[in-house]
Design a protein around this ligand. Structure first.
Ligand SMILES: [Mg+2]
Length: 391
């Protein structure tokens, strides 16, 4: 594969949850900060200062406080990560329409449609995006620019935080050669130890091996491993509509909850939390997925779709109970519940499909959204109001 310009960008927000907390409370900047549950929780994100003190993710919070007694532990209760993530990716979409979100804080951009002519032009535009994310959101992200996904993803991690690494086409193998072998996807902790014992510590150590030796080390996948070590990858940046545009929220409980009614109430509240954002974005959603987690990180989830996409709370309420029953099959208390809406459609064109009653509900919902915007927590919850509306 030969491209003249490196048009694939990987961006990865630096210590994302902590960065958002620092954006919300700048007094946390430059300090040993971590986001995680206090009681029996784990560290979900740690500032670079906290990492220097020995805090990593995922690590039990208790242990983190032991190795770093002056750690400032912030619980993830603000519900702001989703909105910050969306705003970050919206900024990316102002540069190129081809954005693949991999997770809340990380994704790929393909600049091919932008028509940039030179490498300096690409650099300038991507640096401007990095700056814009900082200016608008006060969070930092690291960028890798290369000819393909594999190399850009490795490049974005090469100099964190606030990293900016460009690998010109043709220089992939040279860039990877001196990096540790664990940059190759699939080489985890276990393989790393095994490979190191065999004298392979850096990517370039692979090139000194014969085919037979490589076969012994990696089995039948050795040609793929070798291709990756050379920086070869032809996967396209895939804009996954459903993943790119989904709305979700989750809550980790400070104590495990066994009461079905309580979980049902929390899940309904999540619908009430998410739907105003969906209306605000001018979207409708069709599919709801409920995920539950037992202590010990074991997840189970089920989803169901409506026949029509909607931006109202009420049509999803009746799904909560059956979805929860289907997901929560083990008779054990839960650690976490999450609700996600997907199959996102943009409003417009289909308005005539909706009856008058739904129109009325939508107007009421809009009024409630406005009231809630003003930050009056005492305002009646959407759910309870709309829940009583006739279908
Ligand atoms: Mg990150």
């Amino acid at each position: 594969m030969s491209r003249i310009l490196p048009t694939v960008v990987h961006l990865d927000a630096d210590a994302f949850f902590v960065s958002v907390e620092q954006a919300l409370d700048p007094t946390l900047r430059g300090k040993k900060v971590a986001v995680g549950g206090r009681e029996r929780g784990i560290i979900a994100s740690a500032s670079y200062e906290a990492r220097a003190c020995g805090v990593y993710t995922p690590m039990p919070s208790k242990l983190a406080l032991k190795v770093c007694p002056d750690l400032i532990l912030v619980s993830h209760g603000h519900g702001q990560y989703g909105p910050y993530s969306r705003r970050m990716f919206d900024l990316c979409e102002s540069l190129t329409p081809l954005v693949q979100r991999n997770s809340i804080d990380e994704g790929y951009l393909d600049l091919a449609p932008c028509g940039f002519k030179t490498l300096p032009e690409i650099e300038t535009r991507v640096r401007a995006l990095q700056q814009r994310i900082w200016d608008d959101l006060q969070i930092t992200a690291s960028f890798g620019v290369a000819a393909n996904k594999l190399v850009s993803a490795i490049a974005s991690k090469a100099h964190k935080p606030r990293g900016f690494t460009v690998v010109p086409p043709g220089a992939e193998a040279e860039f990877l050669a001196t990096l540790k072998i664990n940059v190759i996807p699939g080489v985890g902790k276990k393989s790393e130890i095994r490979l190191e014992a065999a004298g392979i510590r850096l990517v370039r150590d692979l090139f000194a091996r014969t085919e037979t030796e490589l076969q012994d080390l990696f089995g039948s996948t050795w040609p793929e491993v070798l291709a990756m070590a050379r920086g070869e990858d032809d996967r396209p940046v895939a804009v996954d509509e459903e993943d790119a545009k989904s709305y979700s929220t989750q809550e980790t409980f400070s104590r495990d909850i066994a009461d079905f009614t309580e979980i049902e109430r929390i899940a309904k509240r999540m619908i009430d939390e998410l739907m105003p954002k969906i209306r605000e974005d001018g979207k409708r959603v069709k599919t709801m997925t409920v995920k539950v987690r037992y202590p010990g990180m074991e997840d189970s989830s089920t989803g169901r779709s409506l026949t029509e996409a909607t931006d109202l709370e009420a049509p999803f309420y009746p799904l909560v109970k059956p979805l929860l029953q289907a997901a929560w099959t083990k008779r054990r208390p839960l650690r976490l519940v999450s609700v996600r809406f997907s199959s996102v459609e943009t409003k417009g064109g289909q308005l005539e499909m909706f009856g008058q009653n739904e129109d009325k509900q939508r107007r009421l919902a809009a009024v409630l959204d406005k009231l809630n915007e003003r930050g009056r927590k005492s305002v009646v919850q959407h759910g309870h109001q709309l829940g009583r509306q006739p279908e």
